[in-house]
Structure formats: C-alpha cells, structure tokens
Design a binder for this molecule. Sequence first.
Ligand SMILES: Cc1cc2nc3c(=O)[nH]c(=O)nc-3n(C[C@H](O)[C@H](O)[C@H](O)COP(=O)(O)OP(=O)(O)OC[C@H]3O[C@@H](n4cnc5c(N)ncnc54)[C@H](O)[C@@H]3O)c2cc1C
Length: 417
Amino acid sequence: MNNDNDVLIIGGGIIGVSAAYFLSQQGVKVTLIEKGDICAGSSYGNAGLICPCLSTPMPAPGVLTQGLKWLLNPESPFYIKPRLDPDLLRWLWHFQAHSNKAFVQRATPILRDMQRSSLQLFRDLIEQEKISCDFEQAGGLALFRTERGFAHGQDEVEEMQDFGLEMELLNGDAVRELEPLVHPDIIGGIYYQEDAHINPALFVDGLAEAAQTYGAELFTQTEVLGLETVGAHVATVHTTRGTFHPKEIVLAAGAWSSPIAQELGIKFLMQPAKGYSITMKKHAKMPKRYLYLGEAKVAVTPMGSDLRIAGTLELTGLDLSVNQRRVNAILRAGGNYLSEFTANDAPEIWSGLRPTSADSLPYIGRSRTINNVIVATGHATLGLSMGPVTGKLVAQIVSEEKPMLDLAAFDVDRFAH
Ligand SMILES: Cc1cc2nc3c(=O)[nH]c(=O)nc-3n(C[C@H](O)[C@H](O)[C@H](O)COP(=O)(O)OP(=O)(O)OC[C@H]3O[C@@H](n4cnc5c(N)ncnc54)[C@H](O)[C@@H]3O)c2cc1C
C-alpha cells in the first residue's frame, strides 16, 4: 500500500488523537497509526484529573530520597526495579539534578499555564463536538490523615497561592461538609477550586470520532515497525498495513516513543512509570469531585456511576504486569480515607505506563536531528490534562503558526548532550 498523506501520527492516545483533531480541523491530511485500539495505552484507565492546582513538577526537593526510603516497602506508592540500565541511571541523575527549589519555581507556572489552557480546550471541545464524557468542573479535594501530612498541605497551599492557583486549606469538618463520605479520621484537606475530572476513554473516543468527521484517517490494529531515513529526513514508515511516505511525522507513542526515537538517533530521556487503577461499577456512595489521598498518593475519581481509584509509580521498564500487593494497598487506602468505600466483586484492574521525562516536562517540538519529526510525548503524570493543548501546539508547529504558549521548556533535545 502506498500512502502519501501530509502528516502521519504514531499513537492513538490522548496526545495523538488531540493532534489528529486539530490538524484535520485545519484541513491537513492526517493518518493516525495505532497498534491496538484507540485509547488503549496510558490514556485509557488513568485517574481522569484535569488539575492546574497540581502543577508542581515531579522532581522537587527530597522526592528521590523519600522514594529510595520506600524501596524496600512492597506496598509503597513508589518503586524502582534495581537494574544496571544506563538509560535509567542517566534519567535518575537528571531527575535528581532538577530536584531543587529553583526548578520548582521555573516549572510550576509552565505546567499551570499548559493545564489552564488545556482545561479551556476540554470545555470548548466537549461543547462543540458534543462529547459525552462525564466531565465535571467541580474542583478537587486533597485529604490528610496525619498532622505531618496536613502540615505539608499547609506549606503546599502557601507556595501554590504564590503562583496564583486557587486553593484553600480546610479543617476536617469543612472537608466533610463538602464531601460527606470522607472518613472521621481525616484531620484536614485542600480544596483545589480550579480543577476538573473526566472519563478519559470516553473523551478520547469522542475526539477521535470528531477528527474523522474532519477527514482524519485512523488505522487501528496497525503497528509502526520501522522508519527509513534519507539524510536528516524520514522518507518511509513501515507498518503492518504497508508503507507510508508522509511529509511530516508526529511521534506520540507514549511510553513506547523512546525505542522509536532511539532508532532515529533522537536523544531524549524518558522512562515508563507504571501505575494502576481499579474501577468499581455503580459504587454506592460517590464523591462530587476527585479526591487525592495525601499520604497514600492515591486519586479517587467519580466517573458517571463508576468510581476509579488510582496510584503508584513504578520504574520497572516497559512492563505492564500487575503487582497485586500494590493494588491491594491502593484499595486499602480507599478504606482509610473514605467511610463508605467498598470494592465490588468484579472491579476492573488496569495498569498503564506514564511516559515520563527526566524533568517531568513534556517534549513538544521538532527534533533537530530529523527535521520532519515532531515529538509530542513525556507528559508524565499530567498527560491527560495537557492532552488537548499539546494537540493544538502540534498543529501550530505543523502550520508554522506562532504557538499559543512558549515551547522553550519542551525542547526535544534538551538532554541530548
Ligand atoms: C495510574 C495512572 C493515573 C494517571 N492519572 C492521570 C491523571 O489523573 N491526569 C493526567 O493528566 N494524567 C494522568 N496519568 C498520565 C496519563 O495517563 C498519560 O500521561 C497520558 O495518557 C499519555 O498519553 P499518550 O497519548 O502520550 O500515551 P498513550 O495513551 O500511552 O498512547 C500511546 C499510544 O501509542 C501506541 N503505540 C505505541 N507504539 C506504537 C507503534 N509502534 N505503532 C503504533 N502505535 C503505537 C500505543 O498502543 C498507545 O495507544 C495517569 C497515568 C497512570 C498510569
């Protein structure tokens, strides 16, 4: 098969589908290649948070030290599989090098602005395309069980209010007034006023349908097998559905983007960071907004009549196996923070891989190594939230329009040397 479309997108998650939508809407001939179904990767079972209030980057003072202390705890929210992998070691080195106050000051407003712009796009897209996806802009609520956790919460509110983020510290009674199912043991919380939640798979599927109405071609069950370059240009893309000769390629393959980039000599640092979610159908008692269980680092999200609980971050490579002990720990956290939390008989247990850059900022832009590849990945824990704005930025790069946000921090080659 010979296909000569303008833009070929690799990956049918929130990032690839958002790019397909905005590109096709502006009249570009787009083909999206997805090895499974649309939204089969990390975009499927995530916690569904659209959360400008959670704009602190992952590397922050003390994060790795705390992570290393947790290493021997089989139920901790963080785990690194010990291995002598040079890519992992370089990633960890750069993560630690960014774990300082100066970086938090620089990165927080960048993540805030990306998420705020994206939240606006979510609202617009849902309205324009009539996407039914359980979207609610009802804010979010962090909960704390310990004095230490609550004190951290207090510091967080002071720091984040300096960035103009709308959030408020609440005592236990005020928290229960907002969400009556919060456990009596909870001593306080933070109300994140700006935030929203959504059923991510319903949104991505709806947006994919809309992209098709603008002419995007989506090929599912089709895998990119290899890319052939001529000089600094990809000339041919080999897939299980034949070869393609696009003018431009968007690399949006989530955690699987690294091996493809490596094949092209594009050097960025990324690790898959595994997490789990457990979705309970028709949960008896539902919160109105997402809850973030502070000490346990677990999110609980209402999605229509379903309740999803999600957490853990494991650096175990491209491995989707489920560690039942950590799944049990997530469920136990639910019971510790909520008074009416019951996992029903057949919850859906899911694992996903967050594509995580070493500084937790995404890679968005043209690679300087290969001039017709635009990279759009590495969004770590905020890829759903930053999905629509990333798609819009990709479309602006392709059409050589001025990007709506500064792309300097997302430079694809920032770790190349
Ligand atoms: C437990 C958990 C909770 C999370 N909660 C949130 C949250 O609340 N809010 C938030 O913003 N983010 C959250 N995230 C992160 C978010 O899910 C990701 O950042 C985001 O989904 C990444 O989207 P993506 O499109 O880059 O990747 P994916 O959704 O993984 O999409 C990549 C796609 O590329 C396809 N692909 C790969 N290789 C090939 C190939 N060779 N050929 C063709 N196709 C290929 C894959 O099949 C996949 O469908 C969470 C993640 C996890 C694991």
